[in-house]
Each structure stands twice: as C-alpha cells, then as structure tokens.
Ligand binder design. Structure first.
Ligand SMILES: C[S@@+](CC[C@H](N)C(=O)[O-])C[C@H]1O[C@@H](n2cnc3c(N)ncnc32)[C@H](O)[C@@H]1O
Length: 281
C-alpha cells in the first residue's frame, strides 16, 4: 500500500495530506504578519500569563510564538497531522483536535486568534455564524478576538495561479482558481508519490470571500463589538485582506448548530416544548 492509499483508507481532512508540505512551504509565510498584528492590536490589552486560544492553529508556529510571549496558550485544529507536528515542536501548548464550528473546551480565554485565511474556510453564512458563536462562548466577557480575512477583491487579485512543491519523493501540485460569480475559491491539490508511481491523491480545498459589512453584522449578532478593521499590507494578496479586532461584550448567543451536523426541524410536540432542533447523527 503506498502512502496515498493508506491516507484514503482512513478518515482524514485535506490538511492532513498537506501537513508535511504546509510546514515547508506555507508555515512561515503569514507568521510575521500574525505576530505584527497581535503586537499592534492585542498584546497591550493582555496581562502577563493571560489565556489565549489559537483557533485553526495548524502546525502551531504562531501558538508557539504566543507561548514564548509568556501567555498560556491552547490550540484547536481539526487536522490530526497538523496537530501532531504542532505538539512535537511545541510540547508546552495544549493542542486539541476539534472542528471550529462546534469545538468545546472547558476553559474561557482572554483572547482568541484565528489567522491566515482560516475564517474564509466557513463556506456559508450559517457556517461563519457557528464559528463566531463558538468563539464568543470561549471568551470571557471583555475578551478579544483577532482574525484576518480575504474579501472578493483579494481573491480576484491573487487566486489564479499554479504551484508545485516537492518534498523528497512526494510532488504536490496546486491549482488555485476563483469563481467570482459563485463567490468560491478553490485550490485543487494533487499529491503524487514519485517512488511508488501509484495513483495520485486528488482533493479540493475551498474558501469563500467575506466582506466587511457582513462580518460586522455577524460579529454584532454573536455578541461582539468591533474595535478595529483595517487592511493588512505587505502580505499576499497585497490588497483585499483585512485584520479584525473584536471585543466580547454581550452575553453569548444560543449555540448555532454546526453545519457538520444534520439538523432536522421536528413538529412541536408537548414533551419537546422549548427544543427547537434535534441533532441527527
Ligand atoms: C491556512 S491554514 C492556517 C494555519 C495557521 N493558523 C497559520 O497561520 O499557519 C488553515 C488551518 O485551518 C484548519 N482547519 C480547516 N478547517 C477546519 C475546521 N473546520 N475546524 C478546525 N480547523 C480547520 C486546517 O487544518 C489548517 O490547519
């Protein structure tokens, strides 16, 4: 069985397959921007030893940096292979495998970060609402949420390219395409094992553009007030990426069912009074 076949036979996320390439090729590319944004917008608002959650933490480079700033850091990601790399290189950070739409940790944090397009992975309005609701639930009142996102103009400017990354005997081809009419950015990935010559592993990663007005409305609905939204310079895309700092103010809203769950509305029955949704697994 070649590595692509064993990958197919288990339950994995797309980023599991990308994990070895991610570290080598993308791991550093947004790191400096993340640290600059954190220093400019959040660092001065936190006491030493504050609790910070890095959501969609990937291989943990930014979480490790937060830890070195004297913060108590946790990380959440749904890719086991990204997290494995993170916990090997940064053993002092608590990493949790969970989905950003429905993660549940017992802790409440002073700040949550979610960097490098990660929020663009919410593919519907419902999905972004679930994530913001989860983040709000994990923040103490007055806590901070820092994230970046790419809007339509940013995808138009940058998401039409082909790339090839080689790592030992593995060749990873990436084709980035943006369908502006559908508002969907896709990255078609094909990973081939040159040594075995077996079939390539092909999959797609999708992102959706988000817009300032939409996010403002969703943040307010989730119990945040927006403290800053400003363009991010000196990164790719050069235009069309924004950083947002939001503060948790109102009581957390009722949890929004995750888009991963099949949710069924049932007719109201006397014994179900007050139960609006039933989760069907
Ligand atoms: C573009 S990478 C960003 C990683 C990291 N924040 C950084 O700055 O390098 C996106 C990350 O989101 C994770 N991810 C994608 N969908 C997710 C989901 N539904 N729940 C949790 N993590 C998710 C991926 O596994 C990946 O590690």
């Amino acid at each position: 069985m070649n590595s692509n076949e064993s990958w197919r036979s288990e339950s994995h996320t797309a980023f599991d397959a990308l994990a070895p390439f991610y570290e080598r090729h993308w791991g550093e590319s947004f790191f400096r921007t993340s640290t600059e944004l954190f220093n400019a917008l959040v660092a001065g608002r936190l006491a030493p030893g504050s609790r910070v959650l890095d959501l969609c933490c990937g291989t943990g480079g930014f979480a490790g940096w937060l830890h070195r700033q004297g913060l108590q850091v946790s990380g959440v990601d749904n890719s086991a292979r990204m997290l494995k790399r993170a916990s090997v290189s940064i053993p002092r950070v608590a990493f949790h495998r969970a989905d950003m739409h429905d993660f549940h940790l017992e802790e409440r944090f002073d700040a949550v970060t979610c960097m490098y397009n990660s929020i663009n992975q919410t593919l519907t309005n419902h999905s972004v609402r679930s994530v913001l609701g989860r983040v709000r639930l994990h923040l103490r009142p007055g806590g901070w949420f820092l994230f970046d996102f790419v809007c339509d103009a940013g995808f138009r400017a940058s998401w039409d390219a082909d790339e090839i990354v080689r790592l030992d005997d593995q060749l990873c081809e990436l084709r980035y395409r943006y369908d502006s009419a559908r508002g969907m950015a896709s990255c078609l990935v094909s990973i081939a094992d040159l040594r075995s010559g077996g079939p390539s592993l092909d999959f797609e990663i999708r992102q959706r553009p988000l817009e300032v007005a939409e996010l403002r409305a969703e943040l307010s609905r989730a119990g945040f007030t927006v403290k800053a939204i400003h363009p991010v310079r000196n990164s790719t895309p050069e235009k069309g990426r924004y950083a947002v700092l939001a503060k948790a103010v109102a009581a957390p809203p009722e949890p929004v069912p995750s888009p991963n769950q099949r949710v069924e509305r049932r007719p109201r029955e006397p014994e179900m009074a007050g139960a609006r949704f039933v989760q069907v697994t």
